[in-house]
Structures are given as structure tokens and as C-alpha cells.
Design a binder for this molecule. Structure first.
Ligand code: LLP
Length: 421
């Protein structure tokens, strides 16, 4: 459920007409709904209510300070994967003891930053990382709390580019080597082993791979405890899928996921962490764009938008489907026509949808890309010297620009010319 609905013939974000924001801010832009962000956070939080738990929002999905602050005020922790994300979380007021540091390539500088500023735990992904962490913790004079990310070799049945739990993926340590690696960690002076971490992929639309992975984690917990390790926290990762095509998709319910967690690892008495990104932010955001031209091609019509692959790369990168809806509600029963929906960037890959059925549209009409709140703005670039597009946050009948569109001058002045030129 989200808060982007038609009302009186026009698309609203909560109580604000999207066309009103477009008139004030210009297109293209991202718009997020506070009520949707909070609703999704609460649905997950409630799904784990029977267990001691913390929902750590995977802020890579959408990391604007205003979004982080909204979730932090609701009680969310954060999952970060870089020094930059760590500083963003801190700047949004998240205390260190609610920040989890994930990622396969944490540098010594990033580790030092988190150890100095405070951290809930590091999710360690390799032996060499463990050695660096132990050394830096010794230098800083603290004990680093860690879980070790295990790779359970489970097929998440999602897009290959976002599956992470198979043995050929770069993530985690093979579960078969876990006992050795835990023994190595326990012997390190400046580390404290507190638990296990697992994350098998993103946009999972089937709960079966979770069941398999979490059963393996439960078995490993018993084994490691028998080896003498304290396993008191399980980080179960993120990845729950969302509906992208509202017409025909029904991904798992968070409540069923909660029951699965309880069933597979609930008996272990561990504190549970999850790291959802997409489920919280995905359907809480839209990208709004204007039709620049309707162009008749050979046997097909193109809708050329002012938004492009640099603003929303998911269709080009993962062949991802986003529902694209007109901001003016189509009259009931209006005959739909097929369009290839494209951006202005000079690549054929700059195609959002092929032969998508839409009501007839004209230059100047606005469209909204649904489900663009996660991995939208954060993955955008300035390719073709197109400015990063603004982000707007709505709350009830109020809205605010939470990231400005840069001016061309600002963009150009970020470059510097060597003295020999
Ligand atoms: N935890 C870890 C360790 C992760 O690597 C990820 C996502 C998450 C949590 C959050 O997963 P989520 O709940 O959002 O599925 N750019 C791609 C998705 C990449 C996901 C990367 N890792 C996309 O647009 O589909």
C-alpha cells in the first residue's frame, strides 16, 4: 500500500497534487511520501514484534538526509556500506549503536571512522578484512563487535545482478568454512564475535530461499555455540521484494516473512536484525517526468521524456519494469495505445519501456514512474551533463525540496583546469 493515488482526476502524493510540485520544482524530479516510508517501516517492525529485533534500513536504497531522519525518528537503525553512508547516517542523527557496517571492501580509513564514531557491529566478509579490522581496532584502542557474513550457497531466484547468496558471488565466506573463520576471529585480540550475518539477494519474490538460508544459519548457530562462541545476534539481511507491476505481482507479505523468521531462528534466543532497503523506500517514491515529444517512428510511436537513464537506470541496467502512469487520470474506458517510452540520452539503452500500453499522451503531459523510491535517485548520474534531479518529500499537505537541482554553473565549476591549459 502506498500514498500515490488519483483524486479528482489527478495523481496525488498524499494530499499534494503532483502537478503542483511539477509546476513549482520543474521536471524531472523524485517525490517521496513520508506516510508510505513510515508505513513500510512499521509493517516490517510489526512483523518481527514477537522477537527482540532492530530494523536497520539499508540506506543504499535512498539516502537523502530527510528520508534517513524520517526513519531514524521512527526508531530505525541503519545498514551502511561506505564511509560516506556512515557519515550520512550520523548526520541524520542515528546513534552509532544503531549503525551496522556491511560491504565486501571496507577500507582501513572507513573502519577507523566507524570505530571512532561508534558502531553497532561490522558484518565482516573475509579473513583479510578481519585482520585489518583487528589491527585498526587495536590502534584506536577499542574492541570491534563483529558478525561474520556467511554465504549459504542458496539460489535467491532473482535477477543475476542482484543475487548475492550463491557460492560464485563475491559476498560472505562459504558457510562450509565458517567454523575455521570463527575460530580465527575468536583468537583476535581486538574483536568480539557477537553473531552471524547473511544476505542472499534483493527483490526476492519467493520466501523459500530465505527458509533454506535461515535454516542453515540456525544450524550454524548451534555448531558455533558448541564450539564455544557467543552467538547472540543474527543479521538476516534484506531483500524482500515489492510489487513493480501492480497488475500481476504479489510478492510475499512481510507478516509471512516474520513468521518464517520466528519459525527458523526464533528458538535460538538471538536478537534479530534485518536490513531492508527496497521494501521501505521502493513504493514510497515516484519519478515524475514530462513528455517532450511524441515522435512517430517506423511502425511505432515514441514518447520522448525529459527524464532519462541517468535519472533512473533500473530499466537499462536490469531490464526492470516500472509502472508508468499519467498524472492526469485517464478517462474510464479510454482506448490505450502502445508507446516506446524513452529518454533524451544518446543511447538506445535509454529506453524505459517498449510497446507499453498507455492512454494517448501529448507533449507537455506529465507521467509518474511508480516504485522508483529505491535505487532511483541514489543510482543517478550526470551523464550527458544532465543535472541530478531534485528530490521532494511530501508529508500530508506539505512538501519540501530535500535536494535541489544543481545549476549548470555549479556542475561546470566542479571541474578544475590544470595550470598548463
Ligand atoms: N543488505 C545488504 C548487505 C545488501 O547488499 C543489500 C542490497 C540490502 C541489505 C538491501 O536489499 P533490499 O532490501 O533493498 O533488497 N540496485 C539494485 C539493487 C541492489 C541491491 C544491493 N544490495 C536494484 O535497483 O534492483
Amino acid at each position: 500500500m502506498d500514498h500515490f493515488l488519483y483524486r479528482d482526476g489527478a495523481l496525488y502524493a498524499e494530499d499534494v497534487p503532483i502537478a503542483e510540485i511539477a509546476a513549482a520544482v520543474g521536471t524531472p524530479f523524485y517525490v517521496y511520501s513520508t506516510a508510505t516510508l513510515l508505513r513500510h517501516f512499521k509493517v516490517l517492525d510489526d512483523a518481527l514484534a514477537g522477537m527482540d529485533h532492530l530494523v536497520c534500513y539499508a540506506m543504499k536504497a535512498a539516502s537523502n538526509q530527510a528520508i534517513l531522519k524520517t526513519l531514524a525518528q521512527a526508531g530505525a537503525g541503519m545498514d551502511v556500506v561506505s564511509g560516506g553512508e556512515y557519515l550520512r547516517a550520523k548526520a541524520a542523527g542515528v546513534p552509532g549503536d544503531k549503525i551496522v557496517f556491511s560491504g565486501v571492501g571496507k577500507t582501513a580509513d572507513e573502519i577507523r571512522m566507524a570505530l571512532t564514531g561508534g558502531i553497532r557491529q561490522f558484518n565482516v566478509e573475509s579473513e583479510p578484512e578481519m585482520e585489518v579490522l583487528n589491527r585498526v581496532a587495536g590502534e584506536v584502542g577499542v574492541i570491534a563487535p563483529i558478525t561474520i557474513r556467511v554465504n549459504p550457497d542458496v539460489d535467491a531466484k532473482t535477477h543475476a545482478k542482484i543475487a548475492t547468496g550463491k557460492s560464485e558471488n563475491k559476498f560472505g565466506i562459504p558457510i562450509a568454512r565458517a567454523r575455521d573463520v570463527y575460530a580465527m576471529a575468536a583468537a583476535m585480540e581486538h574483536l568480539e564475535v557477537i553473531g552471524i550475518d547473511v544476505h542472499i539477494g534483493s527483490q526476492l519474490t519467493d520466501l523459500a530461499p530465505y527458509e533454506l538460508a535461515y535454516q542453515k544459519v540456525a544450524e550454524l548457530t548451534e555448531t558455533l555455540r558448541a564450539d564455544g562462541h557467543t552467538i547472540r545476534r543474527l543479521d538476516l539481511g534484506g531483500g524482500l521484494g515489492i510489487p513493480y507491476a501492480r497488475s500481476n505481482e504479489a510478492p510475499p507479505l512481510p507478516s509471512d516473512y516474520g513468521k518464517l523468521v520466528e519459525r527458523t531462528v526464533g528458538h535460538l534466543g538471538c536478537e534479530i536484525e534485518i536490513e531492508p532497503g527496497r521494501l521501505i523506500a521502493g513504493n514510497a517514491g515516484c519519478m515524475v517526468s514530462e513528455v517532450i515529444y511524441v515522435k512517430s517512428g517506423e511502425g511505432r510511436d515514441f514518447l520522448i521524456l525529459d527524464g532519462a537513464m541517468n535519472d533512473l537506470i533500473r530499466p537499462a541496467m536490469y531490464e526492470a519494469h516500472h509502472d508508468i502512469v499519467p498524472v492526469i487520470e485517464p478517462a474510464p474506458g479510454i482506448e490505450q495505445v502502445p508507446y516506446d517510452i524513452v529518454g533524451p540520452v544518446c543511447e538506445s539503452g535509454d529506453t524505459f519501456a517498449k510497446q507499453r500500453m498507455m492512454p494517448p499522451l501529448n507533449a507537455g503531459d506529465l507521467v509518474a514512474f511508480r516504485s522508483a523510491g529505491a535505487y532511483g535517485a541514489v543510482m543517478s548520474s550526470e551523464y550527458n551533463t544532465r543535472p541530478l534531479i531534485p528530490e521532494v518529500l511530501v508529508k500530508g499537505d506539505q512538501y519540501a525540496v530535500i535536494r535541489q537541482r544543481p545549476t549548470f554553473e555549479e556542475m561546470i565549476n566542479r571541474d578544475s583546469i590544470p595550470e598548463w591549459l
